[in-house]
Design a protein around this ligand. Structure first.
Ligand SMILES: [Zn+2]
Ligand SMILES: [Zn+2]
Ligand SMILES: [Zn+2]
Length: 147
């Protein structure tokens, strides 16, 4: 998601391009401002925009025993070591944490799913230079090859 404050837009008076964030400050000094309008009173910026581009490197809890703070690789390792013969239908915590995840969709064979889909890390699998739509498309393609 693009932070609207980071967008470039022209000053409505002099049409100079600048980040929207600077519009208020600029309007106070802009030569072209129509002074017949009520005078603009600059308001001090009270808060910085919260960064929205923090990478989402979540950890997961084991759906079988609840062991927490497992990353994707840790989850695969943990489940193969502890739950290799487990056959309960559980929701894949890795998939359900993805933007396209369906939290109600249970894997028929979670262990098989885990080993097929998550044996490699999403951190290396996901190309973070792709935008969300491309990521989604890739994930959907990958899920079509799922068992
Ligand atoms: Zn201006
Ligand atoms: Zn476990
Ligand atoms: Zn999964």
């Amino acid at each position: 998601m693009i932070d609207s404050m980071q967008k470039i837009a022209p000053c409505k008076w002099c049409h100079k391009q600048m980040p929207i964030l600077q519009h208020k400050a600029h309007t106070a000094v802009c030569d072209m401002v129509d002074t017949s309008l009520p005078k603009f009173r600059p308001v001090k910026e009270t808060s910085q925009p919260i960064p929205k581009d923090i990478p989402n490197r979540s950890t997961f809890s084991c759906p079988f025993c609840g062991e927490a703070n497992l990353d994707t690789n840790g989850m695969v390792k943990h489940c193969n070591e502890n739950h290799a013969s487990e056959s309960s239908n559980v929701v894949c915590p890795i998939c359900s944490s993805m933007p396209w995840g369906d939290t109600s969709q249970r894997s028929v064979d979670f262990m098989q799913h885990l080993n097929l889909r998550h044996k490699f890390s999403y951190d290396t699998y996901a190309d973070f230079s792709l935008d969300d739509d491309q990521m989604l498309e890739r994930a959907l393609q990958a899920s079509l090859q799922d068992v």
